[in-house]
Design a binder for this molecule. Structure first.
Ligand code: ZN
Length: 293
């Protein structure tokens, strides 16, 4: 399978900015890691794709985007993070819905009423936090609404994940189209006209259309050009060092209680499902280190 990638481009005399992504492999990776049932797999895939697209809007190397959906439905929630370098990861609060027939995937009902939170950590003391209620629970429309309400940017978001079997992704991808401030009326109406004639995301995915082809078709009267292409991947940056730091941050009391109760413990990374076991002796060493400092 070809690699996942993202393109950034412009159209309409630079008054429209566009982001398109192919995310088939990273969505597959999420399924392989989390062993999700079909509805959860598709919901995860949509939010991971949104993360990849929105991560590409971040600038600095240390900037981090977090998308969190919380809902009253059985899926409960999804968390995704992405950076500006094409690394994206996430996890669902509930991995398997039962029943969850492959033929009847229903994201909106699995998520239910809820909220979308967007956190942009751009290295300032306080991260930017935006929040909006879910309008459909289908994720793309919720993001479109978020952009209109929270950031006042007219945006069209489209996200799609097509499964070919319970555990297998056929095609995944999406795009974000945004109007720059003061976009001319004639360009807005051209764009609206083009969007209204666009095939559905599912049809585009079924046809295996690349973002370049989709955008060239969509913007045939608006002059589309690609400014940047970058690789996307599902990547978790956890490490024994980071996990140990997290353990230390629990405090001496907590660690001594663990030593008293158990022979060993296991720390777990929700993003990549890696276990980090700590023996009682390792915990004692950590406790001693904390006492020393
Ligand atoms: Zn991890």
């Amino acid at each position: 399978m070809t690699k996942d990638y993202l393109i950034k481009g412009t159209a309409g005399e630079n008054q429209i900015r566009v982001f398109g992504a192919v995310t088939t492999n990273l969505v597959q990776k999420s399924i392989d890691l989390h062993h999700t049932s079909p509805t959860v797999s598709v919901a995860m895939g949509r939010l991971l794709t949104a993360g990849a697209l929105m991560g590409a809007m971040m600038k600095g190397n240390d900037e981090l985007l977090t998308l969190k959906i919380l809902g009253e439905g059985d899926l409960q929630g999804i968390l995704v993070t992405a950076d500006a370098n094409g690394a994206v990861k996430g996890y669902p609060y509930v991995k398997q819905l039962k029943p969850d027939p492959f033929e009847a995937i229903n994201i909106a009902s699995a998520i239910g009423n809820g909220s979308l939170t967007v956190i942009k950590d751009i290295g300032l003391k306080e991260p930017y936090v935006g929040y909006s209620p879910l309008v459909t629970g289908e994720i793309a429309e919720d993001l479109t609404y978020y952009y209109a309400k929270s950031e006042q940017i007219p945006t069209s978001v489209s996200l799609g994940v097509l499964l070919e079997s319970e555990q297998r992704v056929k095609q995944a991808g999406g795009f974000i189209i945004q109007l720059m401030p003061d976009t001319e009326e004639k360009i807005i109406s051209e764009l609206e006209q083009a969007l209204s004639q666009m095939p559905s995301m599912t049809k585009l995915l079924e046809a295996g259309q690349s973002p370049e082809v989709i955008f060239s078709d969509l913007f045939k009267n608006l002059g589309f050009k690609v400014n940047e292409t970058k690789e996307l991947k599902y990547h978790c940056n956890c490490s024994l060092e980071k996990v140990t730091k997290a353990l230390i941050s629990l405090g001496l009391k907590e660690i001594e209680a663990m030593i008293a109760e158990n022979e060993s413990i296991e720390m777990h990374c929700d993003f990549c499902e890696t276990n980090y076991p700590f023996t009682s002796n390792q915990l004692k060493t950590i406790a001693q280190e904390i006492k020393k400092n």
